[in-house]
Design a protein around this ligand. Structure first.
Ligand code: NIG
Ligand code: FE
Length: 427
C-alpha cells in the first residue's frame, strides 16, 4: 500500500516506474544492525511524490498515482529500468583544505609510512600550512567545486570537518568556509570541529598547551558562534592520546556538541571504547579496533563509520567489517575525502570498495551510505530513507537493480539528483 502524508497539496514532482525503489525504510529509533542491514525496503515499479521539499507519498506507481493530486505544474520523471535511492550521505569528509599532496603518494610507494611523513612535518601539517595561507574566498571556491563533484555522483548531504587550521583564527576560517559553501550550494553540509587533528608545529614541544588551547579557547568560540554540530579528535598514539582525547570530547559535550572520534585508525589505543563511553555519534576508521572495542560499540549503539578508501590509498589493512556486522555494530561508510589519505570524494566508488575490500554485501552497503550514514551525523529524522515526511533527497541511477550499483566501478551511473525536491543534476 502507498504510504503518504500531506496529500491535500498538488504534487510538484513525481518519480514513477522505478525498476527498484530502495526506500531503506523503515527508519527506526536507532541505526540498522545485523539482519536489518540486509533489508532495503525495495518497491518494484515504485514511485515517489514530492510536495515542496518533502516526500508526500511512496509506493507502487499505480497506488501513488491514485492517491495524489497532480496538476499542470507537476513534473513527472519516468525512472523505468532505473534504480531510485535516498540521496547518498557521506558522514566523514575533510572537504575544506588548500593544496594537494600527490608527492606523498610516491613517498609511501618508496616505503615511508603515513606517520613518518607526519613526524617529518609533512602530511596533515603541510595541508595546515597551505590552508592557513589561503583566504576564506579561496577555501569557499574549492569547497564549491568539490561539492559539485560530490553532488553529481549522488551525495546530497555530507559532513565536513575543520582540522587544517589548528589555531583559533584558521579553524574558524575553515568552519566559516563550510557555512558559506552550505549556504551557496544544494549539497547540505554538517560541520564538525576537528581542532585536535594534529599538534601544530608551533606547539610541537608542548602538546599539552595546545590541548589547553583547544579546550579553553577554540571549543567555546566554536560553540558560541554555532559553527559546528560535532567535535572530533584524531585519537592515535603519537597524535592525541586517550587522556587528551577524553578531555577535549568531554568539554565539547558540555558545550552541547555531538561527538565523533578518529578511532584506532593505525594503532589500537582504545578509541572505540572511548567513543562508546562518551556515547559519541560515531567512531570512525577502526582498522585496528580491539574485540573489546567492537563489543562496546555494539552495546552502545555508536555508529562505526568505515573508510575503505583510506585503507586502499595507504595500502594497508582494512577494518574488520564482517566481525563488526556479526557482533551487531551499526556500520556506515564514508569517503574520508582529504588530500592525504583519500583524495576520493565518490561515494559510489566507496560502495564498490565496501563490497570488495570490506566483504560487505551490496544491501549492507546501501544501508551504510544512506540511513546508517544519516544516523552517524544526527540527521536520521530527516534524511537517509525514502519515507513520507522526510526531505525529498533522491538519486536516479542508470542501473537495473541495486547490486549493479556496487559492481560497476569507475563509471558515473547517476542520471538525476533531486535535493530538497529540486532537480539539481540531470544527465
Ligand atoms: O581521516 N587521520 C587523520 N585524518 C585524516 C587524514 C588527514 C590528512 O592526511 O590530511 C584521515 O585519514
Ligand atoms: Fe578523517
Amino acid at each position: 500500500m502507498a504510504m503518504h502524508c500531506g496529500l491535500a497539496a498538488e504534487v510538484d514532482l513525481l518519480v514513477v516506474n522505478a525498476a527498484q525503489l530502495l526506500t531503506c525504510a523503515p527508519a527506526r529509533e536507532r541505526p540498522k544492525v545485523g539482519e536489518e542491514m540486509l533489508q532495503l525496503g525495495i518497491i518494484e515499479g515504485g514511485a515517489v511524490a514530492v510536495v515542496g521539499e518533502r516526500i508526500a507519498a511512496v509506493g507502487p506507481t499505480e497506488e501513488v498515482l491514485r492517491s495524489v493530486r497532480c496538476g499542470p505544474r507537476t513534473r513527472v520523471v519516468n525512472a523505468d529500468g532505473q534504480v531510485v535511492t535516498p540521496g547518498l550521505v557521506d558522514p566523514h569528509t575533510h572537504l575544506i583544505f588548500a593544496g594537494w599532496r600527490e608527492e606523498e603518494m610516491e613517498l609511501r610507494l618508496r616505503g615511508f609510512t603515513y606517520l613518518d611523513i607526519l613526524r617529518a612535518g609533512g602530511g596533515i601539517l603541510s595541508t595546515v600550512r597551505a590552508t592557513r595561507a589561503a583566504s576564506l574566498e579561496e577555501l569557499v571556491r574549492v569547497g564549491l567545486q568539490r561539492a559539485w563533484e560530490m553532488l553529481t555522483q549522488g551525495t546530497t548531504t555530507a559532513e565536513a570537518k575543520s582540522g587544517y587550521g589548528l589555531s583559533l583564527e584558521h579553524e574558524l576560517k575553515q568552519l566559516a568556509a563550510v557555512r558559506e559553501v552550505n549556504a551557496r550550494h544544494p549539497l547540505d553540509l554538517v560541520p564538525t570541529f576537528l581542532g585536535a587533528h594534529a599538534i601544530p608545529e608551533e606547539y610541537s614541544g608542548s602538546p599539552e598547551r595546545y590541548v589547553d588551547q583547544v579546550v579553553e579557547e577554540m571549543l567555546p568560540a566554536v560553540a558560541r558562534d554555532g559553527l559546528a554540530e560535532f567535535c572530533d579528535v584524531f585519537c592515535e598514539p603519537g597524535v592525541f592520546d586517550l587522556k587528551q582525547s577524553r578531555r577535549i570530547l568531554t568539554r565539547a559535550r558540555q558545550l552541547g556538541l555531538g561527538l565523533k572520534v578518529h578511532a584506532d585508525e593505525i594503532h589500537p589505543q582504545g578509541g572505540a571504547e572511548l567513543a562508546a563511553e562518551l556515547e559519541a555519534a560515531s567512531a570512525d576508521h577502526l582498522v585496528a579496533v580491539s574485540d573489546e572495542g567492537i563489543d562496546r560499540l555494539a552495546a552502545s549503539g555508536v555508529v562505526a563509520v568505515l573508510l575503505p578508501g583510506t585503507s586502499f590509498v595507504l595500502g594497508g589493512r582494512h577494518a574488520p567489517a564482517r566481525r563488526m556486522l556479526e557482533r551487531g555494530v551499526a556500520v556506515a561508510l564514508a569517503t574520508d575525502f582529504n588530500p592525504g589519505t583519500c583524495p576520493c570524494n565518490s561515494l559510489p566508488l566507496i560502495m564498490v570498495m565496501g563490497c570488495l575490500c570490506l566483504g560487505m554485501r551490496p544491501a549492507e552497503v546501501v544501508n551504510a551510505v544512506t540511513i546508517n550514514a544519516a544516523w552517524a551525523i544526527g540527521r536520521a529524522h530527516d534524511i537517509g530513507s525514502i519515507e513520507p515526511g522526510k526531505l525529498a533527497d533522491l538519486v536516479v541511477f542508470e542501473a537495473p537493480n541495486y547490486k549493479y550499483l556496487c559492481y560497476r566501478l569507475g563509471t558515473n551511473l547517476v542520471r538525476m539528483v533531486i535535493k530538497r525536491g529540486q532537480v539539481v543534476v540531470e544527465r
